[in-house]
Design a protein around this ligand. Structure first.
Ligand SMILES: Cc1cc2nc3c(=O)[nH]c(=O)nc-3n(C[C@H](O)[C@H](O)[C@H](O)COP(=O)(O)O)c2cc1C
Length: 421
């Protein structure tokens, strides 16, 4: 019976344990989590989502405070078009986050950064160019382009000295999205170094409609493998979404995948950035508690726990401080929904907004509990302690369980004293 460790992911002329820990913004996939994956010979992702806030928390910088001060005059104005990112400061925050992670790297693995195109930041092209270039400047091993088609993203950095040296990859959920992307980048004579194929059971935003349940990762992988063979393309495919055991991973590796990207099982590790009480919510969840809805202003369906505090919250849009989802015209669909409720309920002290959520503020405060479909199985990966809570795991334990387990088994950790829980 094969195990993940019987396979290797080849990138350039090096080989890696074929396990990537996926990017989870905002700072859910922390540097510490990514560094563990790299130390163990795999690939870890940090995320550059809301990087100025992440930097403030980690390095005591004042990016958010300063931006809020600059745009304070606009807080009561429902038109947010004036709120812009200072590109130099955005680059500085990115370099701090990426650079400090790279400086701490140990082991034979790699650190990548997940860059979501949907963070349009009221100037989609220039802010994305700044984010990608700054990550390359700071020595990142690779960049995973996510949450968007990224048809113009490679071109934004084609003049960067590291454009052909760093690993560049894309997340797709269909052969069609991949075809569009490859057609664009072939003009630059720069193909991606890896392709992450994300199915409908993943966490975060989904590359599917609300009919996500009609799709299946094995089928999409088979289609993409067939397309790659027909085009004579030899780029590692990384399967992602709902891979819960080492045996699940092997089922893709045996069919020719270069690796797997996993995330959900790492949300309940010490190294994950979620607060401990939220980790316990993930553990406690049952299958019925996990929903896919349209509250994200990005327009993509998102998977989350049903009791996530972000749903229904009618807080004032936080664009003067954040503004990561403002589109090219300075708008965000949460602003429209919020305004609608304020106008409909002029006397209410606090409105309720059901159809959209202020994703920036709620992700920043860990109040949007986005999660993978199999979150309800997390309780099977640990012990319940005497006080009713579940034992938090180490990232190393979960990584090694993926790497070495067979027969769909889940290795339980050594039981800790409940007093320490
Ligand atoms: C809590 C959470 C947050 C996530 N955030 C992001 C994100 O910011 N960007 C992204 O591209 N993918 C995100 N994902 C998707 C993961 O990177 C990964 O591809 C996917 O969840 C793998 O499936 P699994 O969770 O079933 O293992 C997130 C997943 C989870 C569980």
């Amino acid at each position: 019976m094969k195990r993940v460790d019987d396979f290797r992911l080849r990138l350039g002329n090096k080989e890696y344990v074929p396990i990537m820990i996926g990017g989870m913004g905002v700072d859910i996939s922390t540097s510490e989590l990514a560094l563990e994956a790299a130390r163990l010979g795999g690939i870890g992702h940090i995320s550059d989502a809301m990087v100025q806030d992440v930097s403030d928390r980690k390095f005591d910088t004042t990016f958010v405070k300063d931006k809020t001060k600059t745009y304070k005059f606009n807080i009561n104005n429902m038109d947010k078009a004036v709120v812009q990112f200072d590109l130099e400061r955005l680059a500085e925050a990115t370099r701090l986050h990426v650079g400090s992670t790279m400086a701490a790297k140990k082991g034979d693995g790699l650190i990548f950064v997940n860059c979501m195109e949907k963070l349009t930041m009221n100037s989609p092209k220039e802010t994305l160019r700044t984010r990608l270039s700054a990550a390359l400047d700071a020595g990142i091993d690779g960049i995973t382009m996510s949450a968007g088609l990224h048809l113009g993203s490679f071109a934004l950095i084609e003049d960067h000295p590291r454009f052909r040296e760093a690993y560049l990859g894309i997340i797709v959920s269909s052969v069609r999205a991949l075809q569009l992307f490859l057609r664009k980048v072939s003009k630059l004579n720069r193909l991606p170094d890896y392709i992450i194929v994300e199915g409908p059971l993943a966490g975060g935003h989904l590359g599917f409609g609300l009919d996500w349940a009609d799709y299946d990762l094995h089928t999409i992988m088979d289609e993409i493998h067939a397309f790659m063979r027909a085009e004579n393309l030899d780029i590692p495919l990384i399967a992602a979404g709902g891979i819960f055991t080492g045996s699940d991973a092997v089922s893709f590796l045996e069919k020719g995948a270069g690796g797997v990207q996993v995330a959900t099982r790492f949300t309940v590790t010490h190294e994950c950035g979620l607060p401990d009480n939220v980790k316990q919510e993930y553990y406690k969840a049952s299958e019925q508690d996990i929903i896919v809805n349209g509250v994200s202003p990005t327009g993509y369906p998102m998977r989350m726990l049903k009791n996530t505090p972000a749903i229904g919250s009618g807080i004032r849009p936080g664009c003067e401080s954040y503004g990561y989802l403002l589109d090219a015209t300075g708008n965000c669909s949460y602003i429209n929904s919020y305004n609608r409720e304020v106008m409909a309920n002029p006397d209410a002290r606090q409105v309720v907004v059901m159809d959209k959520t202020c994703l920036c503020t709620h992700m920043r405060n860990f109040n949007c509990w986005t999660c993978g479909h199999y979150t309800y199985r997390l309780k099977d990966t640990t012990h319940q302690l005497a006080d009713g809570t579940y034992q938090i795991l180490s990232a190393e334990h979960v990584f090694r369980d993926y790497q070495f387990s067979v027969g769909n088994q889940l290795a339980l950790p050594e039981k800790q004293d409940s007093a320490v829980a």
